[in-house]
Design a protein. Structure first.
Length: 605
């Protein structure tokens, strides 16, 4: 074998500068001739040397593949071989061995493009699926503790109240159920707000990741361009860049194009994110146009010129969709239910009376934008129409002393003109506008008053003498005056204050459950809530199905990429054996030729 020789192989007739170190042995280096005359024993040495060199490179590359088998994004490499140009002789062409052409990276850019087009949809679906699961948990449906069950218990208490309007415990039961309903509305709205906040924070947290990955792509572009100036392929650097591009594609939809010098440009929505060795930072900024009630919500833009960062896919897009579409839509429907209950119940309550009339000072819960502004453009939460209402005033003995009818035109009248009209009824009942433009009415000297036959809806809009306060699920509450005195809970429309058993108003409030006041008069409150829960379930199921489809596509593309680029230990072991045998065979050629040379030298001696 070749390793048996302790001395370098050379001939005394060959100058030392004609020798080349080929490889190292435990006993020292082996030298073979650099260039030899064709057809001599030294030309055979040259051919064997080329085989040894090639086999050694192949062993190194295969070992590199095995060492990186668990590295994410690594693409296996192969050695491309080129046969040395033969020498033409009289009897034919004589081969002169082999050399390494280049080391190539096994990668299919077409599959990379397909993968990066598909993975944004997968990450978007994953984000939305996670949030839909949390939205479903908010409603606790089906079950007795959900909002649907609480709505039914509230209307059931109104039915019982209609049968026993003079019983204080029954009135207290209505208030208890109203308070429980209010608490659940607020809790539901708060949970949805928390989910929107979480989605907003997730979007904010993704922006630094996008900037970091973009910077890494730009840096690798520089290294790859420099590494490939001599025509080589920077395989490992390209693997690192492709892995980063895969990660970036998961965050935001990207389009990539490679330059002739090996650098890659990255575009988002037609705008350049990475331009060769430079990148553009993106940033978040608070934008009240997203939701005027949520000044903390942000949008994403380019930091250099504040232009829009137009995302249409990826994890960032999923977080923004969840925040601005999915949760916002559910929130709007819950607000619609709460607003409808407030309006419909208060519409009845504000024009009816209970066991006692109002005394002392009462203040509406809803203000206007300006005391002198016409009511129909003053920012009231509920509509006001042209019509009339009656105000009855009673003395300390409960005797009716005045019954006044006031006409109202919301296109002309304002809060100030309404206050003026109320002040003209009786000197013991005065009205005023608070500093924040709410209606306040005060009865003095034991006098009381009640409002009846309101066809304008002004007291409902102003939140005056309603069972509920507020305008939506976040702000809904129970009138504290009625909580303090359940006798003020409206039950009838009788003009006689002694007719406390009248239950017309109580029956009408209980019947709100059956009114088709939503979705263009086609749905009751319960119908609307049930359809909301169904919509959430359908959307959640559709998104889970979409997630499964997206996952299967991404898995398919990744599997096909691995078939091309992935390292197979079994395959590499086979190659190792093949390269080992080739190395040993070339070494045997050297050994055989060496013996022939010894025999030749012995003949000379």
């Amino acid at each position: 074998m070749l390793g048996r020789r302790a001395m370098p192989i050379h001939s005394g007739t060959i100058p030392a500068d004609n020798l080349e170190q080929v490889l190292l042995y435990p006993v020292g280096p082996v030298y073979l001739p650099k260039e030899t005359t064709v057809g001599t024993l030294f030309s055979t040495f040259s051919i064997a040397r080329s085989g040894l060199q090639v086999a050694q490179v192949q062993l190194d590359v295969s070992g590199h593949n095995i060492a990186n088998v668990n590295k994410p994004g690594f693409s296996r490499q192969r050695v491309e071989l080129i046969t040395n140009s033969p020498t033409s002789l009289a009897f034919g062409q004589l081969g002169r061995g082999v050399r390494v052409g280049r080391i190539t990276r096994l990668r299919d850019t077409f599959l990379d493009d397909l993968f990066r087009r598909q993975v944004p949809g997968l990450n978007e679906a994953q984000v939305r699926a996670e949030f839909f699961n949390q939205v479903e948990d908010v409603f606790l449906e089906p079950g007795p503790n959900g909002l649907g069950g609480r709505l039914n218990r509230f209307f059931d208490s109104l039915n019982e109240f209609a049968n026993n309007v003079e019983e204080i415990p029954v009135r207290q039961s209505v208030l208890n159920e109203a308070d429980a309903l209010v608490a659940l509305f607020r809790e539901t709205a708060e949970r949805l707000d928390v989910l929107r906040t979480n989605a907003n924070e997730e979007a904010k947290s993704l922006v630094p990741q996008i900037n970091t990955l973009s910077a890494q792509v730009a840096d690798l572009n520089i290294q790859i361009r420099q590494g490939e100036l001599g025509g080589n392929t920077s395989s490992d650097l390209r693997d690192d860049r492709d892995l980063i591009l895969d990660q970036l594609a998961g965050l935001v939809n990207i389009f990539t194009r490679e330059r002739a010098d090996g650098q890659v440009d990255v575009l988002v929505g037609g705008a350049q994110l990475v331009n060769g060795n430079a990148f553009r930072e993106v940033e978040t900024f608070p934008d009240t146009t997203v939701d005027p009630e949520r000044p903390d919500l942000v949008r994403v833009r380019f930091a250099d010129d504040q232009s829009d960062f137009a995302v249409t896919g990826g994890e960032l897009f999923g977080a923004l969709q969840v925040r601005d579409q999915d949760i916002a839509s559910v929130n709007d429907r819950i607000d619609t239910i709460a607003t409808t209950i407030i309006e419909q119940i208060n519409r009845i309550h504000t024009r009816a009376n209970g066991l006692r009339n109002f005394g002392g000072t009462a203040t509406g819960s809803n203000g206007v934008s300006g005391a002198a502004t016409a009511l129909n453009s003053a920012g009231l939460p509920f509509g006001v129409t042209t019509g009339t209402f009656d105000v009855q005033v009673y003395d300390a003995a409960g005797v009716l002393i005045s019954n006044s009818t006031i006409a109202l035109d919301p296109t002309v009248d304002s809060l100030s003109s309404l206050v003026t009209a109320l002040n003209g009824i009786n000197p013991n009942v005065t009205a005023s506008a608070t500093a924040d433009n709410r209606l306040s009415v005060t009865a003095t000297g034991g006098f009381t008053y009640t409002v009846l036959n309101d066809s304008t809806g002004i007291f409902t809009a102003l939140g005056f003498n309603g069972l509920f306060t507020g305008t939506n699920a976040r702000t809904i509450g129970v009138n504290q005056d009625i909580v303090n005195d359940p006798g003020l809970l409206a039950s009838g429309y009788s003009l006689d204050p002694l007719s406390t058993g009248n239950n017309d108003a109580a029956l009408e409030m209980a019947d709100v459950r059956n009114l088709r006041v939503l979705e263009a008069g086609t749905s009751t409150i319960n119908d609307f809530y049930e359809s909301t829960v169904v919509k959430i379930g359908i959307s959640a199921r559709a998104n889970r199905d979409n997630l499964d489809v997206e996952q299967s596509f991404v898995d398919s593309f990744e599997r096909r990429r691995q078939e091309v680029s992935g390292v197979s230990l079994d395959e590499e072991a086979t190659y190792l054996l093949q390269f080992q045998r080739a190395f040993e065979a070339s070494a045997r050629v050297v050994t055989t030729t060496d013996r022939m040379l010894d025999a030749l030298l012995a003949m000379v001696q």
